[in-house]
Write a new protein. Structure first.
Length: 369
């Protein structure tokens, strides 16, 4: 008889509490069901709810009473809903049955979100682009009863991982909407992360509240382009820095030669010599361009004529030189001339572009009379 009574009293619970650290990772544990024999709780038992917890009593699948942090003696006076459901009108003395769930209400931080697939948007400068984004958020339980109804159900042990997928889908969907509505140029996005995160957070907070959760903070850590688009953008930036395609090509050739020159053996030495020649040519070209920067280009066909004078070839002469020869009488209409591109020598009078030089000869003086 005594052994039977000890067994019975041992099975009845007189303290209901959960200090944490149960099954699974305590850092991600969201809901824990208090386990005991046949769900029986002794009349007058002490309920202990720690800071960062709430306790929920469930009767046959229906949420009854919810307790905040503190110590409570379980009687009909502080179990009004459960007493009504059980029909306890005048108190009770025997053990009662109810499921007890402890829900964690402290913040869960550094929760990850990110786009599984690229988000398409139209950029004013680059046209259609595909963007990926990721970040973190923090949340906590504010309505344990709503969380139990909407998410947890009858689970004996529930972690934050069980709701993260749904929350991630909400964040990504609303992020895509707000990214399109904001119409921020792609190159300006890096300076708008905080503003965009605030827009997204304002949009999704009511949806979190519907699950009994509160969004504490949402952060956007990065918005990026596909690798091939980033590579093309890098090339474009490099061309912008060097100023033109010719300079970019020369820079790329020089980089390739430098890399090859570092390799031991004949190939590296040859490339080193080639690099030296290339640099010499570039330096010489720069110096020549600098020296001729203030000089105009030569006149077309200037200095192009050879002239037959005294049976010998002279020249070539430019326009000024030809005019001088005409004034001296050494260039006349029947004087033979030649320049590059002519099949043979021809009289100066047949060359239209020499009419100016021949016309510079003054007419003969009139006879004295």
């Amino acid at each position: 008889m005594v052994d039977w009574w000890k067994k019975l009293t041992g099975e009845l619970i007189d303290i209901v509490e959960y200090p944490g650290g149960g099954a699974g990772d305590a850092r991600t544990e969201l809901v824990h069901r208090f386990e005991r024999y046949q769900n029986e709780i002794k009349n007058g038992a002490q309920l202990v709810v720690r800071e960062g917890q709430v306790a929920i009593f469930v009767d046959q699948g229906r949420i009854a009473d919810v307790f905040k942090p503190g110590m409570v003696k379980l009687t009909t006076s502080n179990l009004p809903i459960l007493s009504t459901l059980r029909g306890w009108k005048y108190g009770f003395e025997s053990p009662f049955k109810a499921e007890v769930y402890f829900v964690k209400t402290t913040q869960f931080t550094d929760l990850k979100w990110g786009t599984m697939n690229p988000v398409m948007r139209r950029d004013p400068e680059f046209g259609p682009v595909r963007l990926r984004a990721f970040g973190t958020y923090a949340m906590r339980v504010t309505d344990a009863a709503a969380l139990m109804k909407e998410i947890v159900g009858p689970s004996a042990h529930f972690t934050v991982d069980g709701v993260m997928e749904q929350l991630r889908n909400i964040i990504v969907s609303r992020f895509s909407d707000k990214l399109g509505e904001a119409a921020i140029p792609m190159l300006d996005l890096a300076g708008k992360y905080d503003e965009l995160a605030e827009l997204v957070g304002t949009r999704i907070r009511p949806e979190f509240n519907g699950y009994g959760l509160e969004l504490m903070k949402l952060l956007i850590e990065n918005i990026s382009l596909p690798p091939e688009v980033e590579a093309a953008l890098d090339r474009r930036s490099s061309m912008g820095i060097v100023g033109n395609l010719q300079g970019y090509t020369q820079m790329a050739a020089a980089d390739a030669m430098l890399a090859a020159a570092k390799n031991p053996g004949g190939a590296g030495q040859s490339m080193g010599v080639g690099l030296g020649l290339l640099m010499g040519q570039q330096v010489g070209g720069i110096a020549m361009n600098a020296g001729n920067a203030g000089s105009p280009p030569p006149m077309p066909n200037a200095g192009g004529y050879f002239v037959a004078i005294g049976g010998a070839q002279s020249g070539p002469f430019d326009a000024a030189g030809l005019s001088g020869l005409a004034r001296e009488g050494r260039l006349k209409g029947d004087t033979l001339v030649w320049r590059a591109g002519m099949a043979g020598w021809a009289a100066a009078s047949t060359m239209g572009d020499l009419s100016g030089a021949l016309g510079a000869v003054p007419p003969p003086l009139p006879p004295n009379g």
